[in-house]
Ligand binder design. Sequence first.
Ligand code: UDP
Length: 239
Amino acid sequence: STSALKYRRILLKLSGEALMGREDYGIDPEVLFRLAREIQEVNRAGVQVGVVIGGGNIFRGAGLAAAGMDRVTGDHMGMLATVMNALAMQDALEKIGSYARTMSALKINEVCEDFIRRRAIRHLEKGRIAIFAAGTGNPFFTTDSAAALRAVEVGAELMLKATKVDGVYDKDPKKHADATRYEKLTYEDVITRDLKVMDTAAIALCRDYDIPLRIYDMSRSGDLMRIVQGEPIGTLVHN
Ligand code: UDP
């Protein structure tokens, strides 16, 4: 595309569930490659892309704890699940001809690089897609918090949360026909109205360090490109 870019460096958060597609566990290769091509498209247009992927399609600490496992062990398994998803996305991006580097918050040096901030920024500047794996590296956090943290650390101009819904609604659009989508919200609105956008730690980081967040529907091809060109797709959350 020849349209001007509004954003030069973004942080894209993909949930693990996003990778499942129509499966009920694991990774649907069709969805994986479609998302990879969308990331490649914006990257080739000149956008520096950092990606954080969740692990909910494989393991979540809270779910494992509910089934009786030690919570911290469950969170370790959840973080390792994000590494597997990151490796799958790295592979898909490279299969289609892009350059990607997985950087993990937990050391697994035989498998991928560690997250080192200055090296991450270097990858981005070189046009490589940096995939930030293992969340924050700490239990009791989520990959939304990891995404907010990495967005602040690498100086992303926009954080994107790709979901199954095309933004934030005043009530659940699947249950209420009259639900209306917000085009814009402030972080203050999100907190006072207790809107389920991201967990509070993630919201607090984005608010305190002034990272705007756009929530959009990942199933709509081309929306990622339109967003980086400045189109008001989904819901924008800002200060
Ligand atoms: N997790 C963690 N610390 C982090 C990020 C993630 O312990 O900083 C664990 C946690 O158990 C979480 C799991 O990894 O449930 C998978 O991440 P998340 O639930 O955020 O994935 P998503 O919902 O985006 O698929």
